[in-house]
Design a protein around this ligand. Structure first.
Ligand code: HSE
Length: 434
């Protein structure tokens, strides 16, 4: 590295192209921060000829990204291809095996294979860094791993998916339908290549698994995260949430209980409008770490998009250049505790339930009988309007409950779903707190 740091970038999509543009156009600044020359010597992408807003002069183009892992004039492979397996995994493994440092934004890869890759990187004496993998431009991994390293972390909560947050907050403020706003989020470059990872909560789960691993010192476990996404949320839900003085946000939570078990879940939550989370709009992310002795600390910032994500990649490049190299999980992978298992939630919570039902006499009675059988107390119930098709048409029934054990709500929902007058899978949202 005496001649400077030589980068190879695999993947020139939204983020990869922005990283290249920044390294090239702000090179003097970069060189000052890094204390050495930083150059891009090679790239790989699907389309060699596409104009990405930077000059390819002096940069070797490789059709096969795996070639980057064995080039002599490459010190660090910046993996921005994505995906938990396949080329991204092969490239990162090959780079580490060849003694190259690896910087990636790939949370899926690390949530699934992070333990193995960190162990290999530590044995090979190379850096594995991925600040961009969680919460885009907010330096949450660094904060948790370094600034909060003296704390016993007990809880990590937050909004970890910019696409979902953009969709939900735009529905809230503009009254537009889910699909319409999703298309916009994709066009703005927030969404994953496969947006189902965003809207089904998988992307947030990957990020939560990594935060949980670093915060609680365990191997990452994507299987331990209970995930519900936002695909089922409609403007009916958003309108009713607003009637209750609330909105909807996709919340990720990881919590260590007194038995040392780690409960991790991603789910849409009805959030009071005056709460901090309800004010997180657009592609912003927000992450709160709770621990001893600090109490709670919240970081808010851009969680998706080219600039935010590139910013985190650039910081990893500078860290590498100046020798700020830490194990990816804060402690060596070999010292991590076993990956947590899925834990059933125990805490009583209030719920918002939307049912699509026939508009007929007796339907509400059937519903409330089931709720009574499970000792579920209703706080509010709303069925308004009339279907154009009369008793053969459907209407939404919205109800909220007092505090209920999670097992009771699960059992009641299973029975409600079986009623012949209930026409679709119920939508269940937890009522969040201020
Ligand atoms: N697709 C992600 C999001 C951005 O919407 O938050 C990259 O992590």
């Amino acid at each position: 590295m005496k001649t400077g740091l030589q980068l190879a970038i695999a993947g020139l999509g939204t983020v990869g192209a922005e990283v290249a543009r920044q390294v090239i156009s702000n090179n003097a600044h970069f060189q000052r921060q890094a204390g050495m020359a930083v150059t891009i010597t090679a790239v790989s992408a699907r389309d060699a000829d596409k104009d990405r807003g930077f000059s390819m002069q002096g940069i070797q183009f490789c059709d096969n990204p795996l070639a980057l892992a064995s080039m002599d004039n490459v010190d660090v492979v910046v993996e921005l291809i994505g995906g938990s397996d396949g080329v991204a995994l092969d490239l990162v493994e090959a780079a580490i095996a060849n003694g190259k440092h690896v910087i990636t934004a790939n949370k899926a890869l690390l949530a699934h294979h992070g333990y193995m890759l960190a162990e290999k990187a530590e044995k090979a004496g190379v850096m594995l860094a991925a600040e961009a993998s969680v919460a885009g431009g907010i330096p949450v991994l660094k904060t948790l791993r370094e600034s909060l390293s003296g704390n016993q972390i007990t809880r990590i909560t937050g909004i970890l998916n910019g696409t979902c947050n953009y969709i939900l907050s735009t529905m809230q403020h503009q009254g537009r339908d889910f699909d319409d706003v999703l298309a916009e989020a994709q066009a703005l470059g927030y969404a994953e290549a496969d947006p189902s990872f965003d809207i089904d909560g998988v992307d947030a789960a990957h990020k939560l698994a990594l935060l949980g691993a670093i915060g609680f010192g365990t191997a990452p476990s994507i299987g331990a995260v209970d995930v519900t996404g936002v695909r089922a949320i409609t403007m009916t839900d958003m309108d009713n949430a607003q009637k209750l003085g609330c909105t909807i946000r996709l919340l990720a939570e990881a919590e260590k209980n007194t038995d040392g078990e780690v409960l991790m879940r991603v789910r849409p939550v009805i959030q009071p409008l005056d709460s901090q989370l309800a004010k997180i709009d657009g592609p912003l992310n927000a992450v709160t770490f709770t621990g001893e002795p600090i109490g709670a600390i919240t970081a808010i910032g851009p969680g998706a998009g080219a600039g935010a994500t590139a910013s985190a990649v650039l910081a990893d490049i500078v860290d590498l250049a100046v020798g700020r190299i830490t194990p990816f999980f804060g402690i060596p992978a070999s010292q991590l505790a076993a990956a947590p298992q899925r834990v059933a939630p125990q805490k009583e919570e209030c719920y918002f339930i939307r049912l699509k039902v026939y508009d007929r006499p007796g339907v509400l009675a059937d519903i409330t009988t089931i709720l009574k059988d499970h000792a579920i107390s209703v706080e509010s119930l709303l069925q308004s309007g009339r279907s154009d098709d009369g008793e053969n048409g459907d209407v939404p029934v919205i109800l909220t409950t007092h505090e209920v054990p999670p097992q009771a709500i699960t059992a009641a929902i299973a029975e409600l779903t079986e009623l012949p007058t209930v026409l679709a899978e119920p939508v269940i949202l937890t009522m969040g707190h201020a």
